[in-house]
Design a protein around this ligand. Structure first.
Ligand code: IPM
Ligand code: MG
Length: 360
């Protein structure tokens, strides 16, 4: 078959890590007799520089016409880049939020898996790591605080800023259904994370999640307050299977989850809606400080491409082969600097990509 893949190279390390993921897709195409047609799409700083805005209408339409979109990362140094002198709605991140919203990608899946080989890179104590852990953060991606009304204003001579957090029961239900569906294919446990002791939106969240849970009697559901969850992630990450949570909590907890797996350079993500379309991107940012140095870890982007094969193209066998190649490369001792440990072989971005391609 032939699939149309939108490619957002983005900013910072984005172009370097996407190049490695494309190499992986090319190898998959060759091996499995499929065809990927790539279409470049501008987003973030690259789009600001070329078109004066972080996401053009044309770019959004092009993305929507693809079967799936592979993305690097966007944004620059918030203290020094001229992009951050622009009004907030014209900055790189506004483009990312707009493409997620514009394509209706409400379900963001971020798997956190500790590779046996990377136990040394995990900052947790050995007795906490135990046999390792394997969980998924299901983050609601198009609602809540990041999409609510906001303003900065002056009242009686005092400057104030306001952001609003709103969720409808439908928005909560559809992400909860996705989380329970995924739990059914895993260890059948959902931890729904909220702040129901304070927030109305969280009390509605809890109520709707309880309703959805009735359709999944085999899945164990627990509710956890977000502050407790932040603590439990470093105290005992093994307890989790699927963490279901709203947009901002998921943003924060997924960074924490990635760090307990050793490096944020390892964590992939899929942003999904109903159907097979998805946008696949590493969970990490554009790391402008190390851009262009051939030292960034491309694995999170390569694993995101693997999720694309699995969830958008129904190519489970190829996805398994990519995941296995990543595992094998780690087993063979290759490490980018962020996951380097004693006795291992240090490689750059391109060589890491090559070593993975060889093993597919
Ligand atoms: C992420 C990022 C984005 C988010 C930023 C860049 C807007 O942190 O994908 O987690 O908060 O969603
Ligand atoms: Mg984030």
């Amino acid at each position: 078959m032939s699939f149309k893949v939108g490619v957002i190279r983005g900013d910072g390390i984005g172009p370097e890590i996407v190049a490695e993921a494309v190499k992986v897709l090319d190898k998959v195409a060759q091996k499995y007799g499929e065809e990927f047609q790539y279409t470049d799409i501008l987003l973030g700083g690259a789009s600001i520089d070329a078109c004066g805005e972080p996401l053009t209408k044309e770019a959004l339409e092009t993305a929507g016409s693809c079967d799936a979109v592979l993305m690097g990362s966007i944004g620059g140094n918030t203290s020094t880049s001229p992009w951050y002198k622009l009004p907030a709605n014209l900055r790189p991140e506004a483009g990312l939020l707009a493409i997620r919203k514009g394509l209706g990608l409400f379900a963001n899946m971020r798997p956190a898996y500790l590779y046996e080989e990377l136990k040394d890179a995990c900052p947790l104590r050995e007795d906490i790591i135990g046999d390792g852990f394997d969980f998924v953060v299901m983050r609601e991606l198009t609602g809540g605080l990041y999409f609510g009304d906001r303003k900065t204003y002056v009242e009686e001579g005092v400057t104030k800023a306001m952001d609003t957090l709103t969720y409808s029961e439908d928005e909560i239900r559809r992400i909860a259904v996705r989380a329970f569906d995924i739990a059914m294919k895993r260890k059948k446990k959902v931890t729904s994370v909220d702040k129901a002791n304070v927030l109305d939106s969280s009390r509605l969240w809890r109520k709707v999640v309880n309703e959805v849970a009735k359709d999944y009697p085999e899945v164990e559901l627990e509710h956890m307050l977000v502050d407790n969850c932040a603590m439990q992630l470093v105290r005992d990450p093994k307890q989790f299977d699927v963490i279901l949570t709203e947009n901002m909590f998921g943003d924060i907890l997924s960074d924490e989850a990635s760090m307990v797996t050793g490096s944020i350079g390892m964590l992939s993500s899929a942003s999904l809606r109903e159907g097979t379309f998805g946008l696949y991107e590493p969970s990490h940012g554009s790391a402008p400080d190390i851009a262009g140095k051939n030292i960034a870890n491309p694995i999170a982007t390569i694993l995101s491409a693997s999720m694309m094969l699995r969830y958008s193209f129904n190519m489970d066998e190829a996805a398994d082969a990519v995941d296995a190649a990543v595992k094998q490369v780690l087993k063979d001792g290759y490490r980018t600097v962020d996951i380097m440990s004693e006795g291992m072989k240090k490689v750059g971005t391109r060589e890491m990509g090559d070593r993975i391609v060889e093993r597919i």
